[in-house]
Design a protein around this ligand. Structure first.
Ligand code: PBG
Length: 335
């Protein structure tokens, strides 16, 4: 790092020289956001031609598969390289054991198949966790008030396999069970999918910022209790490095920190410690805050958004999952 010995340097040193004009500001800019840094999460619902607003996420809609394919085409044309899919499972398909997760004909598998058929250039990332499929809204199997680890991991392996068979390029376990990355890797390898990428939600915190997401996938009403026995305590930083180390040793190709903006210290530590592809999730609550402030005229959405994304890059993130990806892509393209 730079050795600062400039205490009495003024007037010889004037920091404002390099800020005086746009051209010099651009020339000395240290990091920048590119459209290729963005991953766009989409919520998928059953039906055809269906588009539903999500009140707590203004500007985001649940889309049926056909409309999601159209959205993916637009994203591709703007230069977005990857999309993450999340299913809104109909209530009658939710069960105590979330068995719909392992159904090879489920909504997410059909969505993946349609995406890879129609927009093959876009990388497709799928979430591995049981919360969209369980009546209790937890990411794992629940027995007597306890989330079962090893039993859950078995179900997650099946979930990851059907998603991969449907064509998913990247499997993203977001469940925070112990040992799931290694088990999923071994399961995929055994089935002949040794080239499928694993992006682990390695440092995922038990956060209040996921509220609007749970509205979007309609798991909020279901959730009994909280997720603190598997998601991380927001007060912990060094524990995140242990989580990342474990996931990498189990075979994760890329890791994620979640939420994003309040956890940029973790993003930086992970990137500096491991030097692996590190992603940050600008989660639903962070997106909702920006939109809510903008709707009140308290913030300018385009500039607050682009500043937010720039800060992720500055902290060391290689890429950002954000519901605003399409907005950012349009802004970057000058549209
Ligand atoms: C599912 C999952 C969640 C999010 C991504 N995958 C919710 C949760 O863990 O409760 C949250 C994303 C967001 O808030 O944008 N395990």
């Amino acid at each position: 790092m730079t050795n600062f010995k400039y205490f009495d340097a003024f007037p010889a040193v004037r920091m404002r020289r390099l800020r005086a004009q746009p051209w010099i500001r651009d020339l000395v800019q240290e990091t920048r956001v590119s459209v290729t840094d963005l991953i766009w999460p989409l919520f998928i619902i059953e039906g055809t031609g269906v588009r539903e607003d999500i009140p707590s996420m203004p500007g985001v809609q649940r889309l049926s598969i056909d409309l999601a394919v159209d959205a993916a085409r637009e994203a591709r044309d703007l230069g977005i390289r990857a999309i993450a899919l999340f299913p809104v499972t109909p209530a009658h398909k939710k069960t105590e054991d979330g068995r719909e997760a392992g159904n090879s004909e489920n909504l997410i598998c059909r969505a993946v198949y349609a995406m890879k058929k129609n927009v093959p250039e876009v990388g497709i990332i799928t979430d591995v966790a049981l919360d969209p499929y369980t009546t209790h809204g937890h990411d794992g199997l629940l027995r007597d008030g306890v989330i079962l680890n090893d039993e859950t991991v078995e179900v997650l392996c099946r979930q990851a396999l059907v998603q991969t068979q449907a064509g998913a390029d990247v499997i993203a376990p977001s469940d925070m069970m112990d040992g799931r990355v290694g088990a999923i890797r071994a399961g995929l390898d055994r089935a002949g999918f040794s080239n499928t990428i694993i992006l682990s939600y390695a440092a995922k915190y038990a956060s209040a910022f996921y509220g609007p997401f749970r509205d979007a996938v309609q798991s909020k009403g279901c959730l009994t209790g909280d997720k603190k026995t598997y998601q991380m305590n927001p007060g912990n930083g060094t524990e995140a490095l242990r989580e990342v180390a474990l996931d990498l040793s189990e075979g994760a190709d890329m890791v994620m920190v979640k939420p994003g903006l309040p956890y940029l210290d973790i993003v930086r530590d992970v990137k500096q410690t491991f030097g692996v592809p590190t992603f940050a999730y600008h989660v639903s609550g962070e997106y909702a805050m920006l939109r809510a402030a903008a709707a009140n005229g308290w913030l300018d959405y385009p500039s607050a958004l682009m500043e937010t994304l720039a800060c992720f890059k500055r902290a060391g993130a290689d890429g950002i999952l954000t519901y605003a990806a399409i907005d950012a892509a349009r802004l970057l393209a000058g549209k």
